[in-house]
Ligand binder design. Structure first.
Ligand code: GTP
Ligand code: MG
Length: 268
């Protein structure tokens, strides 16, 4: 046996990454920020598909990453639908300042599922949800995005291609996830749930914050009785008490709840 043990490097891994998400959500800018360390302010819509290659090293492994940056415009469906197959990782981007792009996430998952078809292949794709443009005034709260990602077993990152926030961390998690999945024979590791709160709590917080009047805040019809007010108050108070609830926005929502109950009881 040879005295000097040879340390063999693992062979280079080739992976395919795609970007998905509404037009103008910032897919190309996130990729540029990562690969070229710069931000492009002007909107240059991707025409069909952009392709690029980058190399990364994770632990003792070289990885050749093929990035297929898709166009978000529906106009380009016929081009991008060719590129879903044989994907190991995806960034699924929405723009926190544009609620419609968040609401479109289900559409993108449907398109991906329809194009790939095979459930085992779909489930093996490591997905990072990017809540992008955090530098702008937001229409989508962190908790909503986190909850959506969590429900799908996806990673979640808040990013800004403009400032660079979260972009490297997101790609690092994506590559690590893809390598682990490849080493695991194509089986994606289950994601640990990061939340300590429920969708019911988030929905209640959103309603308390966005309702047009106090009846709506308590989920009641105008003219509800004293009993109804107290019943609804108790239910929501248990759900959102800041001593118990870790859902973001609980404290503010709880104050709104108390104020709504006080004002409605005066009317009963
Ligand atoms: P399609 O290729 O049409 O699907 O769009 P896309 O998702 O690739 O969007 P793109 O990266 O081209 O960015 C769209 C616009 O948003 C551009 O004007 C960017 O400068 C801007 N943008 C992207 N990311 C950010 C960000 O984090 N913050 C701000 N303020 N603007 C951003
Ligand atoms: Mg683009």
């Amino acid at each position: 046996m040879s005295q000097s043990a040879t340390i063999r490097k693992k062979p280079t891994l080739r992976v395919k990454i795609i970007s998905m998400g509404s037009a103008e959500s910032g897919k190309s800018c996130i990729i540029k920020r990562y690969c070229e360390k710069r931000f492009v302010n002007k909107y240059l819509a991707t025409i069909g598909i952009d392709y690029g290659v980058t190399k990364v090293t994770l632990k003792d492994r070289d990885i050749k990453v093929n990035i297929f940056d898709m166009a978000g415009h529906q106009l380009f469906y016929e081009v991008r639908n060719e590129f879903y197959k044989d994907t190991q990782g995806a960034i699924l981007v929405y723009d926190v300042s544009d609620r419609a792009s968040f609401e479109a996430l289900d559409f993108w998952m449907e398109e991906l599922s329809n194009e790939i078809g095979n459930k085992a292949e779909i489930d093996s794709i490591v997905v990072c949800v990017c809540a992008n443009k955090t530098d702008l005034r937001r229409q989508v709260d962190v908790s909503e995005g986190q909850l959506w990602a969590d429900a799908h077993g996806f990673h979640f990152f808040e990013t800004s291609a403009l400032s660079g926030e979260g972009v490297n961390e997101m790609f690092q998690a994506l590559f690590e996830g893809v390598v682990k999945t490849c080493e695991n024979g194509g089986k994606r590791e289950p994601m640990a749930t990061q939340l300590g709160y429920t969708k019911e709590q988030i929905d209640a917080i959103q309603r308390l914050k966005n309702a047009r009047n106090d009846y709506e805040r308590l989920g009641l019809a105008p003219g509800a009785s004293k009993d109804d007010v107290n019943k609804s108050y108790r239910k929501l108070a248990v759900l959102l008490h800041p001593d118990k609830s870790v859902a973001p926005g609980s404290e503010e929502a709880f104050k709104l709840l108390v104020a709504a109950r006080t004002s409605l009881l005066k009317k009963c």
